[in-house]
Design a protein around this ligand. Structure first.
Ligand code: CMX
Length: 135
């Protein structure tokens, strides 16, 4: 079951610059910075009520974030939905005909197991499904 929007990911050119910008916008600091080597990104998180905003900066030119910014510029990159059982949701969404981009859920930022749906199968919006790691 999909429970709620867990976070919205925003692609930025400079985490340092955007941390300052979003600090002014939200009136509060980001609560953490985390590098995700497997995704070639550096991230920072702001908490807004129950929803997080994740800023993503590419750490190399092969990163999905580099390619996205090159093509579309900075902006909303994905919406992440929290699920209660990531393996059940992966099977369900495959069966429903969505294009699942990962063979298995993988480790993402913020201690989450994650997988993605191709934006071509979700009306042009990259969808991340995530679940808190339990171990
Ligand atoms: N949102 C909407 N559309 C997107 C997109 C995004 N974030 N990224 C790419 N696209 C579009 C492109 O504009 C292109 O559209 P057109 O064909 O109309 O020009 C199309 O998707 C390209 O698709 P593709 O050739 O299959 O693939 P790309 O090499 O551009 O990669 C994607 C796109 C989504 C498959 C790839 O970025 C991916 O696997 N993403 C999942 C992993 C990820 O995004 N990691 C970074 C975040 C990690 C984190 O949150 O920690």
């Amino acid at each position: 079951m999909i429970k709620k929007i867990e976070h919205i990911g925003i692609a930025v050119k400079s985490l340092q610059h955007s941390n300052e910008l979003f600090k002014k916008l939200f009136g509060k600091e980001h609560y953490k910075v985390e590098a995700v080597a497997s995704e070639s990104v550096s991230t920072s998180f702001f908490m807004l009520g129950e929803t997080k905003i994740e800023l993503l900066e590419a750490t190399n030119s092969d990163s999905a974030i580099s390619k996205f910014i090159e093509k579309k510029g900075e902006g909303i990159h994905h919406i992440a939905y929290e699920v209660d059982d990531i393996y059940v949701e992966m099977d369900r969404l495959k069966t429903e005909g969505f294009e699942v981009l990962n063979k298995e859920p993988k480790l993402g930022a913020d201690n989450k197991l994650i997988f993605f749906l191709h934006p071509k199968s979700t009306n042009g919006v990259l969808v991340e499904l995530c679940q808190e790691r339990k171990d």
